[in-house]
Ligand binder design. Structure first.
Ligand code: MN
Length: 715
């Protein structure tokens, strides 16, 4: 176990300004908090956070990270609280410890999770500070190093596959090659011990039969470079069993064909030396074609830079040679962790020599979409998303602000349609609740439920919104369909016929409707009148004039379409548009008129002086210029409305109807609106040819003895 002063010394060695007091207090706090707890191997529990802190000193992290490592399990596993930590170590450390604790809880929940990429995103999203992730990676590395002490076989496998799928790729994403290799190899040992052992045995065999190959090759390369006056440091190693295994799987090669069993690293002073070194290697050893890669001119997205080549080495074995500068080497090994080292150093230097660190961070934050990167890298990017679990532990990612309804639709459209409630982390919560990272959602469904229009106000996903809208539209259509059916039934009954689908099918083309249901819906929505349909089915009816129908499909369409209305010609309409005469002003041919577009209802014709038009004053786009087409068809009739005040005396109503009849008007409706001792006020609807006809009738009324006043009704 690392002793207290050793830890402090290690940190001080790379960071002379480190807060020694905080490190000491962190050490003591964690030791006391974990007390007599022990690990699976019988060690005191405290040895674990201490080792995690030790791993992070290797990455030269700042004091806050090291203290966080010491404290990282205290909130989850001891009586200590975040408030205690905030009080004793301040806001920054408390925030970091809280971040690591949250990640640990996610880990506990995720046993059945198979969606590795989503889970990696979740981990990134929850690591608002990249140091949270670095502490978590070190925590996982130490747990993997001590994995063999766990007795629970299932648990060991779960931790190992999670490491392989989640944490090793995250380490790689952070540019931490060394961490990634060790995590993978430890996981490989658990997951496929047999394969690993045979690779190790094979390597041992080759080592034995090839003599002490690696040191001999190192020496040969070093001599070759030196004789060309290039200073270098050469190291060589066998590749890890896991990376050999992976290459054998992916490239379908056998052991002897692999270049990558031995890798040699040449470290030179400058970038120019890298290319010089490459030239020397290529002229000294036969080159294996297709193996050269220049990651200096084109760095990997995680910031990795190096030259790679494959050659037949001094003893004719296939070897890989990587050539890089010291700086490039540091990026390769420490990745993003080097950033914290840089922050400390920048006080003493102008920071120029650490430009690669800034570049690495920039690459990490602004992913260029290169293939090696899992498709998203920028940490902030995941702040737009929220990750939630199904009861089975599957991860669903949604946009920030999503609700249980969004979640339900994301799981399955049917579940969305039928959802009546939601349990969030076991508690029943309103459907409009905004979901948080890591929430576990259980959707409660009911067969009787249908999407509610109110959901549309709070859902944020396109899928949920589209489903809800579609449902509302189809519900509206159902209503229109039923309404249209009863309108048509009545219209046919008035003429003494039954409304049959068969009769309607014959005229579908006339109305450009694919099915009879569509035709019903058109009638129900007011796009077509029942009368218009009846007249097409029964063309003989058009001669009759006895109906009072305010809605007529019309306009220029009369010439083009086969729809024949009763022939009230209006100019200026789009063919096929449904037409209504306003009930407020009862426009008549000869009146100056204007059309107003009403969605779902077509055009309503008003007289130009109608008061109702004020309502549409602010919507000029709804106004249509129309005029009467009086050139033909003098037989049509329209309903005009007249307000008449007659004396309250016997015979006055008789006089009224007589005058109207004498002037060829036909009363279609009559309503007494006010009755006093002296007068009746009456609204009379009269069928007339046009406005001149109505004006004649009004004049005749005015001269009648018992009529006190007569005027066009404007309302
Ligand atoms: Mn831990």
């Amino acid at each position: 176990m690392i002793r207290q002063f050793e830890l402090v010394e290690r940190v001080k060695r790379y960071d002379p300004q480190a807060d020694e007091d905080a490190l000491n207090r962190g050490y003591v706090f964690a030791m006391r908090a974990h007390g007599a707890q022990t690990r699976a191997n019988g060690d005191p529990y405290f040895s674990h956070p201490l080792e995690v802190a030790g791993i992070l000193t290797h990455y030269r992290l700042d004091t806050a990270s090291i203290v966080t490592a010491l404290l990282h399990d205290t909130v989850e596993d001891t009586h200590a609280t975040i408030e205690d930590i905030k009080r004793m170590f301040g806001e920054e450390v408390a925030r970091l410890v809280d971040g690591v604790t949250k990640l640990t809880r996610i880990e506990l929940q995720s046993e059945h999770t198979r969606q590795a990429e989503n889970f990696r995103k979740l981990v990134l999203a929850m690591s608002e500070d990249i140091r949270v992730l670095l502490v978590k990676l070190a925590d996982r590395l130490h747990n993997m190093r001590t994995l063999k002490f766990l007795n629970d076989h299932e648990k060991r496998r779960r931790i190992a596959s999670e490491t392989m799928e989640i944490y090793a790729p995250l380490a790689e994403r952070m540019g931490m090659q060394e961490m990634k290799n060790e995590l993978e190899d430890l996981a490989f040992a658990e997951l496929n011990a047999h394969a690993r052992e045979s690779i190790i045995a094979r390597l041992a065999f080759l080592r034995e039969h090839g003599g002490n190959l690696i040191p001999r090759i190192i020496e040969h390369i070093r001599q070759t470079l030196r004789s060309n006056e290039l200073d270098s440091e050469v190291v060589g190693r066998e590749k890890t069993p896991y990376s050999i295994w992976q290459k054998m799987q992916h490239k379908n090669l056998n052991f002897e064909q692999l270049c990558d069993i031995m890798a040699f690293r040449v470290i030179v002073p400058t970038q120019e030396d890298c290319y010089r070194g490459l030239g020397i290697v290529h002229s000294a050893y036969p080159v294996i074609p297709g193996r050269f890669k220049d990651y200096i001119s084109t760095p990997k997205p995680n910031g990795y830079r190096s030259l790679h080549t494959g050659v037949f080495g001094p003893e004719r074995q296939r070897i890989e040679v990587q050539i890089r500068t010291r700086e490039m080497h540091e990026i390769a090994e420490y990745g993003v962790a080097a950033h914290w080292h840089y922050k400390q150093e920048s006080d003493h230097t102008n920071g120029r020599q650490y430009r690669w660190l800034r570049e690495l961070l920039e690459i990490l934050e602004h992913t260029g979409g290169a293939e090696e990167f899992l498709e998203h890298t920028k940490l902030e990017m995941f702040q737009d998303e929220v990750f939630c679990f199904t009861p089975k532990g599957d991860l669903i990612n949604l946009p920030t602000g999503s609700t249980p309804v969004d979640f339900a639709y994301a799981v399955h459209s049917e579940i969305g349609d039928k959802c009546v409630g939601a349990k969030i982390n076991g508690r029943l919560m309103p459907l409009r609740t905004v979901l948080q990272n890591g929430d576990q959602i259980e959707i409660i469904t009911s067969k009787a439920q249908t999407p509610s229009p109110t959901w549309e106000r709070f859902v944020v996903t396109g899928k949920a919104r589209a489903r809800i809208r579609r449902f509302i539209r189809s519900k509206e259509r159902d209503q229109y369909l039923q309404l249209g059916r009863s309108i048509l039934e009545r219209a046919f009954q008035q003429e003494g016929y039954d409304c049959s689908d068969k009769a309607l099918e014959g005229v579908l083309k006339n109305f450009k409707q694919p099915t009879t249901d569509d035709l019903y819906a058109q009638v129900g929505a007011g796009h077509l009148t029942g009368r218009a349909v009846v007249e097409v089915v029964l063309p003989g009816l058009r001669k009759k004039r006895s109906f009072v129908e305010k809605v007529v499909p019309l306009g220029r369409s009369r010439r083009k379409s086969q729809v024949k209305g009763p022939g009230i010609p209006i100019r200026g309409l789009i063919p096929g548009m449904a037409l209504h005469f306003a009930g407020c002003c009862h426009p008549l041919p000869g009146d100056r008129i204007v059309g107003v577009v009403t969605t779902g209802k077509g055009v309503t014709i008003h007289t130009i002086d109608c008061e109702t038009l004020e309502e549409f004053a602010g919507q000029p786009e709804r106004w249509i210029d129309v005029s009467w087409d009086t050139g033909e068809n003098g037989e049509t009739t329209h309903v005009g409305r007249v307000q008449v005040t007659v004396l309250n005396e016997p015979g006055s109503l008789g006089a009224l109807t007589t005058v109207i009849a004498r002037n060829a008007g036909n009363i279609t409706n009559l309503k007494i609106t006010n009755r006093t001792m002296q007068f009746f006020e009456i609204l009379v609807d009269i069928e007339v040819r046009d406005v001149a006809h109505l004006t004649d009738i009004i004049a005749a009324l005015r001269v009648t003895q018992s009529v006190n006043a007569a005027d066009r009704a404007r309302r």
